[in-house]
Design a protein around this ligand. Structure first.
Ligand code: IVH
Length: 791
């Protein structure tokens, strides 16, 4: 394990050492929101100090951190003296300590049946909220328990905290206490954004909540996604509350405070332990971090009788869960190569129990994250594992670094294929440039291609893909479509050999190896064959293009309708699809610009992949196929929508713009600065190229758009039709579509304006109405004949 600091041997020095260490930890945790030890380590230090003070009463002191709560405020906000001190809680770490807690109360109160309020112990920041005549007037942190900090302005930005109490019956002065916290999903989302855009990455939700509340500028707090749960009360004047804690929680709920749904009343030790186990099982799935549960004697009379010891009540205790953060030592920093070539660092660590699970690997997210934390092999680090999230390294314990630890840097070449590792301008992600020549990317891309929502090839697991790739059967996804049964059997034979599942072993277990394998191969070939018939959306998604998820693929398919068209479009045109922005458009354009990728698509089509749902582009695309839109979509520095519109009117087409000297741009009404920026941009050949390709693509799209009814009037132009009854050859919707395609307008009811009615089987009132008004009626045969003639 990690080198531990040497302990002083005599009790007095050890007590002094522990007090200094705990006070420092308090200051870091409460004052600076930058703890350097885990909660579990902190608890252990406090326990050791408590034990020493108990064994050596001469060493006890009212100044000891065992008698105090938190840390004195750092002075950034005005002080608030708590009318009722904000206390801490004693801890129980096992069943026996819980039983002791109950026994102490039973003996002192001389009562058998004890009711407790059992609640989750949220991991956030304790605060006090003061309401006068129902209005929120002041909010404060706990501080050292006696004096906290006035953070009213920040608390007002939290939506879960009521500005005015609801309902009725509240005391004139009511102080509500509870925990400000950050929900896990909000925390993950926040950090994801911070890692992408270089903001402040939070170590854990608790730090996120605490740091946010202590911002001087409330607008910064407002931006952080904070929540609140009420769990108790402080000062109460001019009114009464129920005589139990659970009754009070119910009232708080009525008055508009969020109170945890998980709070409940239980009886005796068994009730408490049952609650603990239940919440423990639910813990990973909860939307917020909890570090334990809290048991509180439910009746206030009993609470008063029990009273307090130094900093904690005798009527309540926190029963802790295994910590979600632990310290361990990083053995090495490795990288993983994903489907899109993203090279992501992760830490291989000495095994450690985190939240009840053994952890040996933790993500380091990206190179920037490693640099920010300055994690090195040999470092002692804090790892966090909460919920279903992958364990991550959140902090380095600086003073435990071995002197020879070397800073980490991203490998220059891919560890899997040896291709150069590169980073795009401004991006956080490093990528292996090997693309499909990289086995790691190849396996991941085939796995994605075959997945259910992509090409849906059942029975092709990752292990088989690896083996096929290793044996040279799969260079890229197109090779799937030339696999033979023999290839599969050969691969399986070798893979089984390698894994020790020999035919002999199979035979021994009574399985007829040969037959089983050939059935498997038959099925797989059939599944591959079935996947050949697909849709444009599935196909685009299956290609595994960065940022092109299922919904983007669907939108592309819907708007452009045709693979060949999409393959030729330069990136700015993709931005014409609602919800597709610059980042996605560029990623897609980049993918299509790679000749290797285009060849893979060619081979897929040659080997029989058929896209069954091609159609003309969406008519709405026609609305913005002009030079001005293209210039805006190209994201040229200084060329705003207004400037682009000016250029759009001044120049006939992209070529004319390219040929124009600077002064022409100025005559077109552009400020000199914009004109210069545009000229500088156009000097880059790649830029000029994409502008011209964009203009050509616009022209092609225009040509492909479905003809507008006004331009090519259909035979039913100006006619209004009503469809009624059941048609046998096609659905009513299809009939309606086809009539509309010929220019008709379909209406829902028959009137004098109706041109004719199509009546199928069992037509009812609409047919009667048509007959009554003397409107022409078509039967199905007449409709079919008409459609036949005009298709
Ligand atoms: S009761 C005198 N209830 O835990 C009673 N505290 O270690 C004091 N906490 O400062 C608190 N959830 O920040 C209570 N349901 C809950 C709690 C809770 C979280 C925190 C709170 C308190 C600390 C004590």
């Amino acid at each position: 394990m990690s080198p531990q600091p040497q302990h002083a041997s005599d009790p007095a020095s050890r007590v002094a050492e522990l007090r200094a260490r705990i006070e420092d930890a308090n200051r870091r945790y409460h004052g600076l929101d930058a703890p350097d030890i885990t909660d579990a380590e902190y608890d252990a230090l406090v326990r050791e100090l408590e034990a020493l003070e108990a064994a050596h009463p001469q060493l006890a002191s009212t100044e000891s951190p065992t008698r105090k709560v938190g840390a004195a405020p750092a002075g950034r906000f005005p002080p608030v003296v708590h009318a009722v001190p904000m206390l801490s809680l004693g801890n129980a770490f096992d069943d026996e300590e819980v039983a002791d807690f109950v026994r102490r109360i039973r003996e002192r109160l001389d009562r058998e049946d004890l009711a407790f309020s059992a609640e989750p112990k949220l991991d956030g920041l304790a605060i006090s909220l003061r309401y006068e005549d129902g209005a929120f007037v002041r909010g404060a942190t706990r501080g050292d328990g006696a004096t906290g900090e006035d953070v009213t302005a920040n608390l007002r930005t939290i939506a879960a905290i009521p500005h005015a109490l609801q309902g009725r019956g509240w005391p004139q002065v009511l102080e509500v206490r509870g925990e400000v916290y950050m929900a896990r999903a909000d925390f993950e989302r926040w950090n994801e954004q911070a890692r992408l855009h270089g903001g402040k990455v939070l170590a854990n939700p608790r730090n996120g909540a605490a740091g946010s509340l202590r911002q001087i500028d409330p607008t910064l707090t407002a931006r952080r996604p904070l929540s609140f749960f009420a769990y108790g009360i402080g000062q109460v004047e001019g009114g009464t509350l129920p005589d139990t804690h659970s009754g009070t929680l119910a009232r708080l709920r009525e008055w508009g405070f969020p109170v945890s749904e998980l709070a409940t009343v239980v009886h005796g030790v068994e009730g408490l332990l049952g609650y603990y186990r239940g919440i423990g099982e639910a813990r990973d799935g909860l939307p917020f971090d909890i570090d334990g549960v809290v048991y509180k004697l439910d009746d206030y009379a009993g609470q008063r009788e029990m009273g307090f010891v130094s900093r904690a009540p005798r009527w309540a205790i926190a029963h802790k869960f295994p910590a979600q953060e632990q310290t361990t030592v990083v053995e090495s920093i490795e990288v993983n190569v994903g489907r899109t070539g993203a090279v992501t660092p992760w830490a291989l660590m000495q095994p450690v129990q985190v939240g009840g699970v053994t952890v040996t690997r933790a993500t380091l997210h990206n190179a920037d994250h490693v640099a920010r934390l300055d994690v090195r092999a040999g470092d002692t680090v804090i790892v966090r594992r909460a919920g279903d999230v992958i364990p991550e390294v959140v902090q380095v314990v600086a003073d435990r670094r071995p002197p020879d630890a070397q800073p980490w840097s991203m490998p220059m070449v891919c560890p899997v294929c040896g291709a150069e590792v590169v980073r795009e301008d401004g991006a956080a992600v490093w990528r292996c440039s090997g693309e499909l020549s990289c086995p790691a990317q190849r396996v991941q891309s085939v796995f994605h291609f075959a997945s259910r929502r992509a090409m849906d090839i059942d029975g092709l697991g990752e292990r088989y893909i690896e083996s096929l790739s290793e044996l040279g059967y799969l260079q890229d996804v197109a090779d799937l479509y030339r696999l033979t049964i023999e290839d599969l059997l050969e691969m399986k034979r070798r893979a089984d050999e390698r894994d020790g599942t020999t035919p002999a072993a199979l035979a021994k277990s009574g399985v007829k190896a040969g037959k089983v394998a050939s059935k498997w191969a038959d099925n797989l070939i059939e599944a591959i064959d079935r996947s050949r018939d697909t849709t444009l959306a599935r196909f685009l998604f299956a290609l595994g293009i960065e940022h092109v998820g299922e919904s983007t693929a669907k939108a592309l398919a819907q708007w452009f309708g045709d693979l060949e068209l999409i393959r030729r479009l330069p990136w700015p045109l993709f931005k014409r699809v609602p919800d597709i922005g610059g980042e996605v458009a560029r990623a897609l354009g980049h993918f299509l610009d790679q000749p290797g990728n285009q060849q893979v698509i060619d081979r897929l089509l040659e080997r029989g992949v058929r896209i069954g749902d091609s159609h003309p582009p969406h008519p709405k695309l026609g609305e913005a196929l002009d030079l001005a839109t293209l210039l805006v979509d190209l994201e040229i520095p200084k060329v705003t929508a207004i400037r682009a519109a000016q250029l759009g009117t001044a120049f006939a087409d992209a070529q004319a713009l390219l040929d124009a000297p600077v002064h022409n741009l100025v005559t077109a009404g552009l400020p000199a600065e914009t004109a210069n920026a545009l000229v500088a941009w156009l000097e880059d050949e790649a830029h000029a190229g994409v502008l011209l390709r964009g203009a050509q693509a616009q022209a092609e799209l225009r040509a492909r758009l479905p003809a507008r009814p006004a331009q090519a009037a259909g035979p039913l132009e100006g006619k209004t039709v009503v469809l009624t009854g059941t048609l046998s050859a096609m659905g009513r919707d299809e009939a309606k579509d086809r009539l509309e395609a010929l220019g008709a307008k379909a209406a829902g009811s028959v009137s004098k304006k109706t041109s004719f009615v199509v009546a199928g089987e069992a037509a009812g009132s609409k047919l009667a109405k048509a007959e009554e008004l003397g409107i022409e009626v078509w039967d199905e045969a007449k409709l079919l004949a008409f459609l036949e003639r005009h298709s």
